[in-house]
Design a protein around this ligand. Structure first.
Ligand SMILES: [Zn+2]
Ligand SMILES: [Zn+2]
Length: 327
């Protein structure tokens, strides 16, 4: 058996699609259907990922044309990137939520306003412009990793979808990505949770220009809702399937509570810009890694905006730069 492949107890196939960054892999799930196979989250488009797909299909004697459907949990490039490529190989439909699709088009469409909007946001929150240049180059490097982009059909939260012969409830799961869906199978107690709940990794919660200002509130509310589902087995977008879904949610909630409290403490010692706070939380070595720096900066902003919305910090603009104070 190949290292990257695990056959789950119900015959579904977990494939660890390689990623060229610290997450290491994204999980794709191949689901046997009566008339072919459904693929969940095919991965980022890289030569290594395409090679693995060729090897996996050969190993299981699956033809491209037997992939009858691609279903995406959310729009992030590590999940969405290969959807168009596999659609061209197989001719299959690609399903995702409308909101997720709009985000994909906005980020990687021909006239994206996103890099300019992100630059404006980061500069006013204290990031030096040379670091922003590297972030912009990194953003542009993703276009080829999500191309060709798929033709998409929509599925929406509140409806159901049959996967592997059983019905799954679609749950709106915002905060990590607006428009993200979780899929819940009530009789089995299985949850396909994308990146909303991950084992060992804290899902990134980022401020995205042009979207709601308080993604951390949306994320924490979503965790509260997901906690009410009885889950025996969770299939995440990264790392391996796991059983203690409620316990993991509690850990993530605890992490954000501690992080919020720590930030207020730091600001009560000394007012700072979001960038200064980002560097004190995540370290200055991120200056050499524009991809991780973007995640860290947007995550810091998400926490600060959450605190500001609740009156726990306040802002002043000094010389064109936004500075946060503990209230
Ligand atoms: Zn994601
Ligand atoms: Zn991901």
């Amino acid at each position: 058996m190949m290292n990257e492949v695990t056959v789950l107890e119900n015959g579904w196939i977990q494939v660890k699609i390689p990623l060229p960054f610290s997450l290491r892999w994204v999980n794709s799930y191949i689901i046997p259907e009566d008339n072919g196979f459904t693929v969940i989250d095919p991965g980022l488009r890289t030569d290594e990922a395409i090679q693995l797909w060729d090897d996996v299909l050969e190993h299981f004697k699956i033809e491209w044309g037997q992939i009858t459907r691609i279903v995406l949990t959310h729009q992030h490039p590590d999940h969405y990137g290969l959807a168009g490529y596999i659609q061209q190989k197989s001719g299959c439909p690609v399903y995702m939520s409308q909101r997720s699709h709009h985000y994909a088009l906005r980020l990687w469409g021909t006239k994206s306003d996103y890099p300019a909007a992100l630059r404006e946001l980061y500069l006013e929150h204290g990031m030096p412009s040379e670091l922003m240049n590297a972030i912009e180059d990194n953003l542009l490097s993703f276009i080829e990793k999500v191309s060709p982009q798929p033709i998409v059909s929509y599925i929406e939260a509140g409806s159901t979808l049959v996967l592997g012969g059983v019905s799954w409830e679609l749950i709106d799961a915002p905060g990590h990505a607006y428009g993200a869906l979780c899929f819940y199978q009530r009789e089995w107690g299985w949850m396909i949770c994308g990146d909303q709940v991950l084992p060992h990794i804290t899902p990134n919660v980022s401020v995205v220009p042009g979207e709601e200002r308080d993604p951390l509130a949306a994320f924490l509310n979503s965790l509260e809702e997901l906690k009410t589902y009885e889950v025996k087995f969770a299939l995440p977008g990264h790392r391996d399937p796991f059983t203690d879904f409620q316990g993991r949610i509690a850990e993530l909630q605890g992490h954000h509570e501690r992080r919020l409290k720590g930030m207020v403490e730091q600001l009560s010692e000394q007012p700072r810009s979001a960038f200064q706070l980002c560097e004190s939380l995540f370290g200055i070595r991120l200056r050499d890694n524009p991809h991780n720096l973007r995640f860290a900066m947007s995550e810091t902003l998400a926490h600060l905006f959450y605190l500001e919305e609740r009156g726990l910090v306040r802002v002043e603009v000094r010389d064109g730069e936004v500075v946060f104070f503990a209230s």
